[in-house]
Ligand binder design. Structure first.
Ligand SMILES: Nc1ncnc2c1ncn2[C@@H]1O[C@H](COP(=O)(O)OP(=O)(O)OP(=O)(O)O)[C@@H](O)[C@H]1O
Length: 232
């Protein structure tokens, strides 16, 4: 068994837009080893979110193969896909999607409660993860009492608390200023090193993309991958 966390071959996605067919992904190949990180860049509408959704089992390709941890995810039933997501994947979005009426630690504990952990065990693990993202001292605060950067840290802790093999992030710093965005990418690098979690991050910002190990350029439905110049 290889250690590929992502293996895509000849992935195609065609949207039916009224009577028009729109080909968004045209024969995308992608391989990522466990622990590697990848930034996906490309112009608006180039298909970055579409690709991320396919990798996240939230959408299916029109044709081709998408394996996550050697599992052809399109072959799973909807219920199996949900279980697969809970076990193997974490998600981070531009707008953190935290539950505003719950504290930071309650937000981070939520995926573990859904998995069936006891409230006590979930809280202990959530506090540990908040410590890793530098927010242990803000654990009892609700999102409304946190800064934008702190909220994104809580969202990262929530994505990682189940120890997923792969985290998929769509413009995770799109809502932050540059200084805070850089801090979030530094944190992603730290967590990648300590947990061996793979990250695939969609961003418009080439400078931030360069902080991850590889950059994939999506253009006219094709993906070109380059090693970044960044030395961690
Ligand atoms: N459900 C859909 N039906 C029809 N067309 C769609 C659908 N979803 C996305 N598209 C089209 O597919 C193309 C790719 O969309 P996608 O959201 O993946 O791009 P993106 O690179 O993430 O863009 P952005 O950077 O603006 O978020 C766009 O032209 C979009 O309009």
């Amino acid at each position: 068994m290889n250690d590929l966390v992502i293996s895509c071959e000849n992935l195609n996605k065609v949207y039916q837009d009224g009577s028009n067919q729109v080909a968004v992904l045209k024969g995308v190949d992608l391989a990522l080893q466990q622990g590697e990180m990848l930034a996906i860049v490309g112009s608006s509408g180039s298909g970055k979110s579409t690709l991320l959704h396919i990798l996240g089992t939230l959408d299916t390709a029109t044709s081709g193969s998408a394996k996550i941890k050697n599992q052809e995810v399109a072959k799973l039933s909807r219920t199996e896909q949900a279980a697969f997501r809970n076990k193997n994947l974490g998600f981070i979005y531009q707008f953190h999607h935290l539950l505003m009426e719950f504290s930071a630690v309650e937000n981070v504990a939520m995926p573990l409660l859904i998995k069936g952990l006891s409230a006590k065990a979930a809280k202990v693990a959530a506090l540990e993860m908040l410590e890793k993202v530098g927010l242990a001292h803000r654990s009892s605060h609700k999102p409304s009492a946190l800064s934008g950067g702190e909220r994104q840290r809580v969202a990262i802790a929530r994505a990682l608390v189940t120890k997923p093999a792969l985290v998929l992030a769509d413009e995770p710093t799109g809502n932050l200023d540059k200084q805070n965005a850089i801090k979030i990418y530094d944190l992603i690098n730290e967590l990648n090193k300590s947990l061996n979690t793979s990250f695939v991050v969609v961003t418009h910002d080439l400078e931030l993309a360069d902080k991850l190990g590889k950059i994939a350029y999506l253009d006219d439905g094709k993906l070109t991958i380059k090693e970044s110049q960044h030395v961690a």
